[in-house]
Design a protein around this ligand. Structure first.
Ligand code: AMP
Length: 249
């Protein structure tokens, strides 16, 4: 069973990003970039499926600038067998990424595609759903448990008020939630081994996909500054303040 795992290069989650002075976007020049955390969970899950003898090959895919190669090398150090870079300098939006991934899925014929539930830079939470629609495959988003058996994948999802378990017929799309697993640390020997793994380089044109953005960002602004809070000594004071000062009760 072949698994595709799309991995996005994003600003590291520890970086506090700033809005550019001309309000056209975020200033990400010279900031640390890493693999989207939900994609690390997706790679880890697919490696566990391979270790359990369920999967035979894991292919990591990244779409974007040439430096996405580093993200693919990390995915291969965790355990992906090979990588595909779809290289472009165009700002990619979820629909464009979903079309690129569909074209690769048509070529590679995987049984499972595991994506992150969302990228922590754009917070779109769209690519997996769009890809499922383009391929006409079943999808289970926000997975906290994945079990593959008998041509089906059983996915436990975190939903409001509890857990829901779905059974999907393969091929299928799964998107990861935070509690699915804890990704392993990448070891130096595995980083060295990853350098020798196959990494193919494609352009969107090779896949026949037009990645021109469809959505235009008009303006990006910082959230309004919040005024400082205060600690009240007891409940009576809190109630008095809510009644007399905030006038909300
Ligand atoms: P989004 O819909 O942008 O929140 O992204 C959801 C998921 O789609 C991510 O966690 C990745 O698995 C995948 N994805 C989005 N953009 C890219 C990209 N440029 N390259 C590879 N995978 C991507």
């Amino acid at each position: 069973m072949k698994i595709l795992v799309p991995v996005k290069r994003v600003v590291d989650y520890n970086v506090k990003v700033r809005v550019k002075s001309d309000h056209t976007g975020m200033d990400i020049a010279n900031v640390k970039m890493s693999m989207n955390p939900f994609d690390e969970i997706a790679i880890e899950e697919s490696v566990r499926l391979k270790e359990a003898g369920v999967a035979t090959e894991i292919i990591a895919i990244s779409c974007g600038v040439a430096q996405c190669q580093e993200t693919l090398r990390t995915a291969m150090a965790i355990g992906a067998d090979r990588g595909i870079l779809v290289e472009t300098d165009v700002e990619l939006q979820p629909l464009a990424v979903a079309k690129l991934l569909k074209a690769i899925a048509d070529r590679e014929q995987p049984s499972l595609i595991i994506l992150g539930k969302q990228a922590i830079d754009d917070d779109c939470n769209q690519t997996g759903q769009m890809l499922a629609s383009l391929l006409g495959w079943p999808q289970a988003t926000f997975a906290s448990k994945v079990v593959v058996a008998d041509g089906k994948v059983s996915v436990t999802r975190e939903v409001d008020g509890g857990l829901e378990t779905l059974s999907l017929t393969l091929p299928a799309i799964v998107t990861t939630d935070l509690r699915l697993n804890e990704p392993r640390y990448v070891t130096l020997p595995n980083i060295m081994k990853a350098k020798k793994k196959q990494l193919d380089n494609l352009k969107p044109g090779d896949l026949g996909v037009d990645v021109t953005p469809r959505v235009k960002t008009l303006k990006v602004v910082e959230p309004a500054q919040r005024s400082a809070g205060m600690i009240v000594p007891d409940v009576a004071t809190l109630v008095a303040k809510l009644k007399n000062e905030a006038k909300v009760i």
